[in-house]
Every structure is written in C-alpha cells, then in structure tokens.
Design a protein around this ligand. Structure first.
Ligand code: FAD
Length: 540
C-alpha cells in the first residue's frame, strides 16, 4: 500500500462532529486527516441541496442557538471554520407555538420568555420561576455528566460522585417533571413545544436533554449565511492545508484491527459500475456515524464486545418526513418574518406522537414549519420546509426498493402526505397553499439511503434517561486508537455534535493543551449580558 493511503487520523463521516475533529486535528495539531463520507455531498445533516437552480434547503439545520459573538460556542464554531461561517440572527420572535385556540410567541431573551409565560399563566408564577432555575441547574448537570464520561474506565466510579447532585432531576422524564410542577395543560404543552428539537415527546425524553435544548435557544436563533453547506465548505480547505483529504462516495465497511488496536478502515466506492474496496491506514480512527453503526457494523464481529447486544437492542431514535417547498412569492406576504412555527392540533404531545403511524394516510396532528430563505440573506428563491414525525414500520414495505424507483404507491403516499401537510398549514395561515410552486418529499428511506442511519433515524440514539445511563456510550471505546464522536457521545443538535467533536479531539490527541486552551478561551468569553444576569440571579 502506498504511503499516500496512510494518514494520522481517519474520520468516518463528514457531519458536523466529524468535521469538527478533522478541523481541530488539522488546525491545532498539523495532522494529516482523511475524512470518508458515504454520501456524494459532504456535511452529513449540515449539507444543503438545490433544485431548479434557485431553491435551496438544508436538511438538518433550521436554527442554532448561542451563536451571538459573545457566546462561548461561537468561539468554538469560529475555531473550526476559521471564522468563515457568518451567522444571521433570527427575528426577536424566533419560535411560534401554534395551538388550536392560542398562539404563543417566543421572544429571544430568557427573561422575556419567562415574563411572557407568567403573563399568560399568572396563577403558576412560582412554578414557572422554579422551572427556569431547574433548567439552568439541570443543563449544568448534563455538562458535568458529559465531562465525567471522558474519564478513563478506571476512574468511572468518580464520575458518579461528580454527577450525584442533580441526578434525580436530570434523569426523570420531562413529563414527570411537568406533572409534578404544573397544573395547566396549556402551560405544560407550551413548555415542551420544541420537543421536536430532541425528537422525543415529554414522556420519553430525559429532563436533562429537554433542559439543555431549552437553555440553548433562550437567546434566540441563528442561521448560517449562505446555508449550512458553508460549514463543510469552510472546513475542507483547513483539512487540505495539512495535506489531508475529504473523500465522498466512500462507505466505510469495516474498521481494521490489529492486536486489538484500530489501524485503519476499508471503504467501498464505485467506479464504472463496479464496486471497489479501498484500504486506508491511520494512527487513530474516529467514528462519527453513531454507536449503533460503529459497534454493530464496523467493528468486526470477531472482536468481542460485551455490550454489543445492548447497543443492538437499544430503542431506536426518531424518524421524519420533510416536505421541501419552493415558493412563488415571499412568505412575508403572509406575515412571516423568519421565525419557526411549531403547529399542533392538540396539547397532548405524547398522544400526538403515538399517532405518527397514521401520517402516511394523510392524518396530520402536528408539524414544524420553517422558512430557510427568510433566514438566509444570501438566498435566491423563496423556500419553506415542513417536518413531521413518522414511524419506521410504515416504510418497511418499500425498504428493499432502490432510491428513485420505489413505485407509484410510494410516490402517491409522498404526495398525499405533502398535500395534507400543506393543507394543515393553510388552515392556520390561509394563502400558504397558493404560494407553493415546487415540492419534494423525503422519508426515512431517503435518510437511510444517504446517511446509512438505521432505518433512517435522526438524532442518533434517543435522548432518554436510559441513554444517559448507558455505560458503553462515550468517546472512548474498548479498542485502542478508536474513538467515537457525534450526537451519541455529547448532545443533540449542531452544537451538541460540535461539542462531541471538540471533546473527542481532546481525548484522542496526545497533547490536550491546544484544545484545553480553546475551551478556556470559550469559557472566558463574556456571556450574553441578559443570560449572565439571570444566572447570577439564580445563584443568589
Ligand atoms: C430534520 C432535521 C432537522 C434538524 N434541525 C436542527 C436544527 O434546527 N438545529 C440543530 O442544532 N440541529 C438540528 N438537527 C440536528 C443536527 O442536524 C444533528 O444533530 C447533527 O448535524 C448531527 O451531526 P453528526 O456529526 O453527529 O451526524 P451526521 O450529520 O449524521 O453525520 C454522520 C455522517 O456519517 C456518514 N456515514 C454514515 N455511515 C457511514 C459509513 N459507513 N461510511 C462513511 N460515512 C458514513 C453519514 O452519511 C453522515 O454524513 C436536525 C436534524 C434533522 C435530521
């Protein structure tokens, strides 16, 4: 094998977590990194696509919190993209929760959000104030849990000590928290209206996961100027500047082991209609494709992993349908300013989630509506996205058919769901249907086809209390020189996966100083003044 095929680090998958590792290894350690991506486009859930040369959508980025220049996560983002990605702030009302009999507008700023809640539900003032304190304390607990997970296995007993205070709150379900603290069904519904950001309704999600996401958006939302594709576009030159490469259309089929150490990977690609197997070697391998694919499919079966059955049997994550719309005119015509809308037909989120199997029959009881074009000053055409959750079971009958050729009944089902979703929105925002000029629908089968995620699930392993307790889930693996990163190891969303990348680089590099320095710089960054005040208020 030529030396050209040997790298310092191989990263499997080019999502934000894998790109974060690749960028940090290249930029701060001068390492030659190879990123292998199975899709024909880099970026994972941060890739964008275009149709008709004017409509462009992102597949997994609608808003990112804590990107204001004073936020510590912004320091990390600027570090991995070399400051190339610019962030556009969303309007003051960045989320609208639309229920049959009322709409709640979420304004940026924790205080404003809290005051608006108290104004609408004055009889529950005390519980609302306690809720905000609990959110902040629990999000901090989650941070400690993630740090504790970085400890080597010999020190894991310390980790329980480190995370003992706050554990009972963090590990209860979000629904348990709501039932114990609130009375009004409307208030309980409002507080978890963003549950789609973690992909789990309140009866299933850990309160800690809910808390982290709620706190993440307190200061509003941000969107990458030029779309999410700018993230990969800014990182590839950094990788290449250290003689590294990012290769698309490379599906890693196994991790190569020698004497219990990871030494490289085998990847499958196609050329002139033929499958070709390529071998690459490296000093370290980082997998960003999730615990399930890594342990079940990539680590050879001959290598005994005591927790493999636990990984296989772990409940699956969430599945979605996305309707990508091109619009004839700006949605500003209907009064939208760039905010997201979470539209629900009921207050009971768990009951609505349990009916997701009926979505393919055109029965819609909730959806997320977002307008990429209103958030992106660099866009050409007007666009919207509609997302709703579905079950994987409903799609199994088309699962063996190839992408683009799944048959008339599959196409009819997609059209039925798209029509029903557009109608669901049009009933609340009359005139919406008339704006539609172009429509394309993705299902869990599309997600599975492009990302390889199990049955097309999104967000990795679901954010349940069981996930937080799983001892096998972490950056370190039982295999020397093999590390895990991504949503499964740190947290949900773009910033969760970014943190996964930062922490994995910290653990995997021999000299942690450059990453520690970066984390310290981020930590010292002045917090958003309002958030700082509320945190200080809470500490009194
Ligand atoms: C519909 C949707 C909306 C979202 N909206 C938001 C949002 O508004 N804000 C937010 O913060 N987060 C959002 N998210 C979540 C966010 O996009 C993800 O949490 C994050 O991008 C995950 O990054 P990752 O690196 O962990 O994984 P991924 O992006 O999934 O990257 C993994 C990569 O590995 C590749 N891969 C898999 N198997 C192999 C293999 N064998 N060989 C080679 N490559 C392989 C995949 O193709 C993929 O590119 C959304 C997600 C979805 C799906």
């Amino acid at each position: 094998m030529s030396d050209n095929n040997h790298f310092d680090v191989i990263v499997i998958g080019s999502g934000i977590s894998g790109l974060t590792c690749a960028s940090l290894f290249a930029r701060f350690f001068g390492k030659r990194v190879l990123v292998l991506e199975r899709h024909f486009t880099a970026g994972g859930f941060t890739h964008s696509f275009r149709r008709d040369n004017r409509y462009e959508w992102d597949v997994g980025v609608h808003y990112v919190g804590e990107m204001d220049p004073a936020s510590h996560y912004r320091v990390l983002f600027d570090a991995i993209t070399d400051g190339v990605v610019k962030w556009q702030s969303m309007p003051e009302v960045y989320d609208r929760f639309v229920y049959p009999d009322f709409t709640f507008n979420v304004r940026s700023g924790m205080r404003r959000f809290r005051e608006d809640l108290i104004r609408k539900f004055p009889e529950e003032r005390e519980a609302i104030e306690r809720y905000f304190r609990d959110l902040i304390a629990t999000a901090r607990w989650y941070g400690r849990l993630m740090l504790a997970r970085l400890l080597p296995s010999q020190l894991q007993s310390l980790s329980r000590l480190f995370t003992a205070v706050g554990r009972s709150l963090g590990m209860m379900t979000t629904k348990d928290y709501l039932e114990r603290n609130f009375v009004s069904p409307q208030l309980k519904a409002v507080l978890v209206s963003q549950w789609g950001n973690a992909g789990l309704p309140p009866a299933k999600s850990a309160f800690a996961v809910h808390a982290v996401i709620a706190c993440h958006y307190f200061d509003g939302g941000y969107y990458p100027v030029g779309g999410a594709k700018t993230i990969a576009e800014s990182i590839v030159p950094i990788i290449e500047s250290s003689a590294g490469r990012l290769l698309t259309r490379r599906r890693v089929s196994r991790i190569l082991l020698e004497k219990g150490r990871a030494v490289g990977v085998e990847a499958v690609t196609r050329a002139r209609g033929q499958e070709i197997v390529e071998r690459y070697t490296a000093d370290k391998v980082v997998s960003s494709v999730g615990a399930y694919i890594t342990y079940d499919q990539l680590v050879p079966k001959e290598f005994s992993l005591s927790f493999r059955p636990a990984v296989r049997e772990f409940p699956q994550g969430t599945f979605h349908i996305c309707v990508y719309l091109g619009l004839r005119e700006s949605p500003e015509k209907l009064g939208f300013l760039g905010e997201n809308c979470w539209i629900y037909g009921d207050y009971d989120h768990d009951a609505m989630f349990s009916q997701r199997g009926s979505v393919i029959d055109g029965k819609i009881n909730g959806c997320f509506l977002s307008f990429p074009s209103l958030k992106n000053p660099a866009t050409a055409g007007h666009t919207a996205e509609l997302i709703t959750f579905v079950d994987a079971e409903s799609f199994k009958k088309w699962g063996t058919q190839p992408w683009g050729h799944r048959g008339d009944d599959y196409d009819a089902m997609k059209q039925r769901v798209a029509d029903a979703l557009v109608e669901f929105v049009d009933e609340r925002f009359p005139g919406f249907a008339q704006l539609v000029d172009f429509c394309e629908v993705s299902t869990p089968l599309s997600t599975a086809n492009f990302t390889g995620h199990r049955e097309g699930c999104i967000y990795g392993l679901p954010g349940t209390p069981e996930k937080l307790a799983a001892p096998w889930l972490g950056t370190r693996t039982p295999i020397k020189n093999l590390f895990l990163t991504g949503s499964d190891t740190a947290g949900h969303g773009i910033v969760g996966a970014l943190m996964g990348g930062v922490l994995t680089t910290l653990v995997a590099s021999r000299n942690p100083l450059p990453v520690l320095r970066l984390l310290l710089k981020a930590h010292l960054r002045v917090r958003h003044p309002e958030k700082r005040d509320v945190v200080a208020e809470m500490n009194v």
